[in-house]
Design a protein around this ligand. Sequence first.
Ligand SMILES: NC(=O)c1ccc[n+]([C@@H]2O[C@H](COP(=O)([O-])OP(=O)(O)OC[C@H]3O[C@@H](n4cnc5c(N)ncnc54)[C@H](OP(=O)(O)O)[C@@H]3O)[C@@H](O)[C@H]2O)c1
Length: 247
Amino acid sequence: MGRIEGKTALVTGGSRGIGRAIAVELAREGARVAVNYASNEAKAQEVAEEISALGEKCLLVQANVGKANEARAMVDKVANEFGHLDVLVNNAGITRDSMLPKMTDEQWVEVIQTNLGGCFFCTSAAIPFMSNQSFGRIINISSMNGQVPAMGQANYSASKGGIIAFTRTAAAELVRSGITVNTIAPGYTDTDMFAAVPDVIQAQIKSKIPMGRYGHPEEIAKAVVFLVADGDYITGQQINVNGGAFM
Ligand SMILES: NC(=O)c1ccc[n+]([C@@H]2O[C@H](COP(=O)([O-])OP(=O)(O)OC[C@H]3O[C@@H](n4cnc5c(N)ncnc54)[C@H](OP(=O)(O)O)[C@@H]3O)[C@@H](O)[C@H]2O)c1
């Protein structure tokens, strides 16, 4: 018997990388999981098959979380189909890197709208369902690069720092509704997003990680499961899963 048997969860950006690992770990612990993706249906289908093999129900939901109407319709659909919504993991995120002098308005807006806007749109759509059931676990995936300077990522670090600030206020506002809101801030983690970083920069980054390696997506997922299964008295916090790269 899993630790979160009977719970339902929506993981945004669950088709690849960290979101995929989170969706699978939640299912392994007994949750029914909805996996959101933006465009990569084939990868999302793979996750659904992995979850089905664990004996859990998986719902695939395509939506661009950066578009308010799509994000809200997705949350409504998942909550109505499952009958309740216990866990929301705001994980979907993108990078559009450029040093500030060359950063375009489009790069700025797309990253803020997807990473921070998506977090708000999905959270606000989930609140009525979670308030009605007097229970909710909202986990927002930020980044170490929202805590330290990140060259070429003014848009990304602003979105991720914004998620940390958003989390605190949301936690304070929702605490009396039985909803906890927390952030997990991963360090450099081995996914497609990080693979896009040039090799020479990756080597520099690795040399500065005290544990001497990148994180595995499953290590982020374990922190999510901990908050869902054992985090009854934890809200407004951030858990750094970064191999000691930021202390
Ligand atoms: N990897 C790292 O080193 C690292 C470090 C710190 C924080 N993070 C954060 O962790 C989260 C996951 O990162 P990752 O490395 O796993 O990324 P990834 O491998 O690039 O996967 C991104 C996921 O987000 C989805 N997605 C992208 N834009 C979306 C949108 N507009 N609406 C809905 N879904 C969207 C993608 O769907 P499709 O498959 O359909 O494209 C995919 O499932 C992000 O928030 C990222 O900022 C990552």
